[in-house]
Ligand binder design. Structure first.
Ligand SMILES: Nc1ncnc2c1ncn2[C@@H]1O[C@H](COP(=O)(O)OP(=O)(O)OP(=O)(O)O)[C@@H](O)[C@H]1O
Ligand SMILES: [Mg+2]
Length: 473
């Protein structure tokens, strides 16, 4: 309420506040001294923070002061000669113990420089109680052409939060690929940034040996090692657009099994519904080969099923997994286009027979040594019911993004299986996903030319005389 002078009847205006700041005279020497102290402190902090640069420089300076140019010259020259000799003498150990750790330190510095904006723009920073909390970059390790970043997540985050933005992280850190996997502690996540691509050049045929069904060499991994596919106890689905290299996956597996075919321990049953164009070249390797008659294909699938069921009856109570032998070989059914059998067959009865036999084979066959390797060009709905019956799935180049999770399983694209981003120039490159394993593995399958296949068929042709089992002969 305003104040009023009751005698004069006038309104009394309140006196304004005195807002003048007190005048304090600071001497110039004090200002300069404070500034100098501040900057000296900052330099000291920088000196400590970058000790790995500043300490050696101090040492070199001390040597220069004491011995002149000879001091730092010898201090640098002797280790340089030693390192060069080591690198020339044994490059793998030099790379492992000297080059990669140095590179990792440099890369860690680079990652840290843009860590904050990268986390904020990817939506991985958390605002809480007017604070912004960032995931912590704990360690950077260089292995081959990849950087492995170990990151401590903010409380409440899970690895899938990082997986969802893996593509964004890949571009932010200028990498060729980013794979997200759980770390070795529940609060850690590992980001594997691919810097170079060792899979740009085609991989030639791999040597043939006695097959190890747990580890068939079929191609190269992106860390440069040989990728070994497990066939024992599994069924394999290969999906890729036309020209993606499904043929090279088939021939890589056939090549890895060829030693077993020759020894009579493996029988390959080939179904090539595209008229024999793909598998016809190696017909002599196959114990059974069918390419035009869908009824014959249905018969063959039913024969394989009855063999699987017979084996199951024989093994029941004795063993839980079949061991291939000459009398009871591993049967590998190779189907070049699965959809041709399950979706495009016009005769309803044949189609139903094929579907029933295939479904049962996929579920009952893997424990008794009857395996299916099915290729699929178009992951359409009709074929999808079978998808979950294949514990091992290989995704090559695909046309569209949603196909990836449809075929490989939910969340696989986020976890790094960017099948829709594989360029046409890289046929035979794909991602292998194993049931229960959250990490897709990027692989380039080996490529067998027509002449390689012909030579393989000449050397390891299936000899029916070796088949002792009268039922199958
Ligand atoms: N692993 C590989 N390395 C290098 N080149 C490859 C590889 N696989 C395939 N190619 C090349 O890509 C071409 C197409 O491959 P392929 O016939 O295997 O594709 P596909 O997926 O079977 O296609 P389609 O569905 O049309 O049968 C091959 O002729 C070959 O030139
Ligand atoms: Mg093909």
């Amino acid at each position: 309420m305003p104040l009023v002078n009751v005698i004069r009847g006038e309104r009394i205006e309140p006196a304004p506040f005195n807002v003048r700041t007190p005048y304090l005279r600071v001497p110039l020497w004090l200002v300069l001294a404070a500034w100098t102290a501040k900057w000296l402190w900052r330099l000291f902090v920088i000196y400590l923070r970058f000790w790995y640069v500043t300490l050696p420089l101090t040492g070199l300076l001390a040597l220069y002061v004491r011995f002149g140019w000879w001091g730092p010259g010898l201090a640098l020259g002797i280790p340089a000669c030693g390192l060069t000799t080591w690198a020339l003498w044994h490059w793998p150990s030099f790379r492992r113990w000297a080059w990669w750790p140095t590179l990792a330190r440099w890369r860690r510095f680079r990652y840290r420089r843009i860590w904050q904006p990268a986390m904020v723009t990817a939506g991985l920073s958390v605002s809480f109680d007017s604070h912004t909390i960032l995931p912590v970059l704990k360690k950077v390790r260089v292995v081959g052409g990849t950087d492995e970043l170990t990151v401590r997540m903010v409380t409440g985050q899970i690895p899938d939060d990082f997986a969802r933005v893996s593509e964004r992280l890949m571009h932010t850190f200028a990498a060729l690929g980013c794979k997200v996997t759980p770390g070795n502690r529940p609060d850690l996540v590992r980001l594997t940034m691919r810097r170079t691509d060792p899979l740009t050049t085609p991989v030639g045929p791999l040597p043939v040996g006695a097959p190890d069904y747990m580890a068939l060499p079929v191609g190269l991994r992106e860390d440069g090692g040989v990728y070994e596919l497990r066939l024992h106890g599994t069924q394999v689905l290969v999906v890729g657009a036309t020209g993606a290299g499904k043929g090279s996956v088939i021939w890589s597996i056939v090549r890895a099994l060829a030693g077993g075919v020759f020894a009579g321990l493996v029988q390959l049953w080939a179904f090539d519904p595209k008229g024999g164009m793909e598998l016809g070249a190696g017909e002599r390797l196959f114990a059974r080969f069918t390419c035009t008659d869908f009824k014959a294909m249905a018969d063959l699938l039913e024969l394989a099923l009855s063999e699987a069921q017979g084996r199951a009856a024989r093994l029941r109570g004795h063993a839980r997994q079949h061991t291939p032998s000459v009398t009871e070989p591993l049967i590998v059914i190779i189907i070049d286009e699965l959809a041709a059998l399950t979706a495009y067959v016009t005769d309803r009865q044949t189609k139903d027979r094929i579907k029933a036999a295939l479904g049962l084979l996929l579920t009952q066959g893997r424990a008794v040594g009857v395996h299916v390797i099915g290729c699929l060009q178009d992951p359409r709905k009709e074929v999808l019911p079978f998808r979950n019956l294949f514990p091992t799935r290989i995704g090559l180049r695909m046309a569209e993004e949603p196909e990836v999770d449809l075929v490989l399983g939910d969340g696989m694209r986020d976890r790094g299986a960017l099948c829709d981003r594989i360029p046409m120039s890289l046929p035979g490159v794909g991602y292998v996903v194993l049931d229960g394993d959250p990490t897709p593995v990027r692989v380039r399958f080996s490529y067998n030319t027509d002449s390689h296949i012909a030579a393989l068929a000449d050397t390891y042709a299936f000899d029916s005389a070796r088949v002792l089992d009268g039922e199958l002969a």
